[in-house]
Structures are given as C-alpha cells and as structure tokens.
Design a protein around this ligand. Structure first.
Ligand code: GTB
Length: 240
C-alpha cells in the first residue's frame, strides 16, 4: 500500500491534509513458455492462487529462459528463476516468501489467532521444506536423468522417499478437509506441491490426499489462477 498525503478536502482535518491509501498492483513473473504446457505446475501458480484468494489484482510479466539469466532479471531474482513479485519499491523472490507476504498483508490466508497462525505458517514450511524436496527430486530425475545407466536403480529410491512423506501426511490429514481448522496458506502451498504428482499412482494410493488436492483445485480462486496461467499457453483470454 502506498500512502499519499493530499490537501485537505474538508475543514475538520487537524493538520490540513488527509491520508489516502492507494492499492498498488503487484507484478509477478511467469514462464513465457511453460514446459508443463499449461498444467499450472510451475511455481507462479501458487502466487497467482494466493493473489486470487485475497482478491488482489496483479499483472504478469512473461520471461523467456534466456531473459531469466540476464542481469535485469537477476537483479530481481539472484538465481535467475520465476516467480518474482514487485510491488512499488519492494521486490521479492521465492514463491513461499511471496505467498507469505501476500498472506501477511491481506485477510483470508492466515488465521488471526496467534497460535492458529503459527500452525498455518508451520504447514507452509512443511510443504516447502519437507514434502516438496522428495517430490521435486523425483521430478528432476524423471526429466533430466532418465537416460542414465543408473536411472532404473535411482527412481525406486526416490519414489520410496515420496511414499514415506505421503504416508505421513495422509495419516495426519485423516478425514479432515484441511490441515488445520480452516483453509490457509499452508494448504495452498501443500496442494500446489502435491499437484506435481497428479496422475501418478504415488498420489492415487492415498485417497484422502487425492481428495484434498481436488478440494483445493475446486476453490474458485484456484480456478481463476489456473485459467490465467493456461491462457498464457493457449493464447486465449481466460473465460471465467
Ligand atoms: N525455490 C524457488 C521458489 O519456490 O520460488 C524455486 C523457483 C523455481 O524452481 N523456478 C523454476 C524456474 O524458474 C520454475 S518452477 N526454472 C527455470 C530455471 O531455473 O532456469 C519449477 C517448475 C518448472 C517446470 C515445471 N513443469 O514444467 O512441470 C514444474 C515446476
């Protein structure tokens, strides 16, 4: 939010001026051409979803793989990746930090109660630090290492690690709709992490996790975010 002092509009203003708060439209970056063909698996999807959940309009700057490694983009993102987030003179990278920033500045993604808020934030870290790494390792191996002689031995090891985490998460979620009492940024991140396994038997083995992902994807904000990223791929504007 940008605070601008305007001249007094009425005589009751004690200092002769009033403060009007203007919302500033953030700009995020996303792949110009996503390798997933519009499945919403790249990490701009979680940022788009968070912005949609809180009702914050945003703009998107699409970047090519080449442009991501150029100094102009590296000034925003030291590792030359997407997503980034710019809002006035604030520039952020790391999807988790961006979602946290959005959740801190707007109502709707973190509970007000301090302990409930701390638990939701814990799930944000769990999604990114505990559940995503084995899923990402498996994805990278499938993409970049499938022609290696040792791939056949490595893949089952990576899949076992994913299975362990899914089993533990499934046990904790049980029959609940969300990880805590209400949907939070923790669920938002966890669902985006689990979506990377969509269509794989690894996820299908846990019906409560599959249903949890569908529950997240059924939220109107998710659908708007998904349609927006798909429109980049299809070249057609979102219909919703
Ligand atoms: N820790 C960072 C974050 O959470 O923001 C990781 C950011 C990241 O990995 N960005 C990827 C990127 O910019 C895109 S999301 N890669 C380009 C590069 O490093 O040069 C990862 C991703 C990419 C593609 C798919 N896909 O096609 O399915 C899924 C996920």
């Amino acid at each position: 939010m940008r605070k601008i002092a305007y001249p007094a509009l009425n005589e009751t203003s004690s200092k002769g001026e009033i403060t009007i708060t203007l919302p500033m439209t953030p700009t995020i970056t996303a792949f110009k051409s996503s390798p997933d063909g519009g499945k919403g698996l790249a990490r701009d999807m979680r940022v788009r979803w968070a912005l949609e959940e809180v009702g914050q309009a945003y703009e998107v700057r699409l970047v090519s793989f080449g442009a991501m490694k150029e100094p102009a983009h590296r000034a925003l993102h030291p590792f030359g990746q997407i997503p980034t987030y710019e809002e006035g003179d604030l520039a952020l990278f790391e999807s988790g930090a961006i979602v946290f920033h959005i959740a801190e500045r707007h109502a709707g993604l973190l509970p007000d109660d301090a302990n409930a808020r701390a638990r939701a934030i814990t799930w944000m870290f769990a999604a990114l630090n505990t559940v995503e790494p084995p899923i990402a390792d498996r994805g990278i191996a499938m993409l970049l290492e499938h022609d290696k002689t040792w791939y056949g031995e490595r893949l089952p090891i990576l899949e076992d690690r994913v299975r362990v985490r899914l089993g533990e998460l499934s046990n904790r979620l049980g029959n609940a709709d969300w990880l805590e009492d209400a949907f939070s940024a923790g669920d938002l991140l966890m669902v985006t992490v689990l979506r990377r396994l969509k269509g794989s038997v690894l996820l299908e083995k846990y019906p409560n996790l599959s249903a949890y992902v569908v529950r997240g994807e059924s939220r109107p904000a998710f659908k708007r975010a998904f349609d927006a990223q798909l429109a980049v791929f299809t070249g057609k504007p979102p219909t919703g």
